[in-house]
Design a protein around this ligand. Structure first.
Ligand code: PGA
Length: 256
């Protein structure tokens, strides 16, 4: 992961519905992603498509990733996917702790085990943290601190070079640019996350971990967030399912 590049990570969620459609969307995105030098583009697709998609581009500007992973590499764990298996089919990144996984019962302990195992296997981890709502006493900050501290519990500092933190408030997911975080709010979160990382590790390490934003990142709000929110990129959900919108985000980011 180059520190001078912005990260634009697509979270396709449970889309598209077939390998054929996934390949078409990938090809359409590749046309722009392969030319945007200042952007590292990542497509986190449903895991069954990863092996095929990763064969469709041989450079480094566009990589493929998964949306979840298990913490063991083998054994009696029916239905799970291991970090080493994902790596062996071409995945370079994995989203961990997305609120849609947490809503299905994933605990902070599970997230911690997944983060540790994926980093150990050499995957780039896109760790998601985010509050469901904000309150006037700022209790949400306590909640975020707990999510972040527990996710990184016991993670050695030499594994952090492959860590990306996504601030993704649940109240902003799946809406529109107007409902997303403001650049002022993002800047505050950026400082808050850096502060916690500095407390756990060192200032130097904390400042090298990319912090990205997720939650209705769209062509209409990415410029302002990049200009004044002090962020290193975006985790893009619905706008990554239309190549025209996603490519617009890539072009805007590349031009900054
Ligand atoms: P959204 O999703 O861009 O549709 O809000 C982002 C996400 O859930 O990762």
């Amino acid at each position: 992961m180059s520190k001078d590049k912005k990260l634009i990570i697509a979270n396709w969620k449970l889309n598209p519905e077939s390998l054929k459609d996934a390949k078409k969307l990938f090809v359409d995105i590749k046309k722009v992603a392969s030319r945007t030098q200042k952007v590292q583009t990542v497509i986190c697709s449903p895991s069954v498509y990863i092996a095929e998609l990763s064969k469709m581009y041989s450079g480094h500007r566009l990589e493929v990733g998964a949306q979840d992973v298990f913490w063991e590499n083998k054994g009696k764990h029916t239905g799970e996917l291991s970090p080493t298996a994902l790596k062996s089919v071409g995945a370079k990144y994995v989203i961990i702790g997305h609120s849609e996984r947490r809503a299905l019962g994933e605990s902070n302990t599970d997230v911690n085990k997944k983060v540790a195992a994926a980093l150990k296997a050499g995957l780039n981890v896109v760790l998601c943290i985010g509050e469901s709502k904000r309150d006037s006493q700022a209790l949400y900050l306590k909640f975020l601190r707990e999510e972040l501290e527990s996710a990184l519990s016991g993670v050695p500092k030499n594994h952090l070079k492959n860590l990306i933190i996504t601030y993704e408030p649940l109240w902003a997911i799946g809406k529109s640019a107007d409902d997303a975080v403001s650049s002022h709010q993002m800047h505050e979160m950026y400082l808050f996350i850096r502060k916690i990382l500095t407390e756990i590790y060192t200032k130097n390490i904390a400042f090298n971990v990319p912090i990205i934003y997720g939650g209705s990142a769209e062509p209409d709000n990415v410029k302002e967030l990049l200009d004044s929110g002090e962020i290193d990129g975006f985790l893009v959900g619905h706008s990554s399912l239309k190549a025209s919108q996603f490519n617009e985000i890539l072009k805007i980011t590349n031009s900054i």
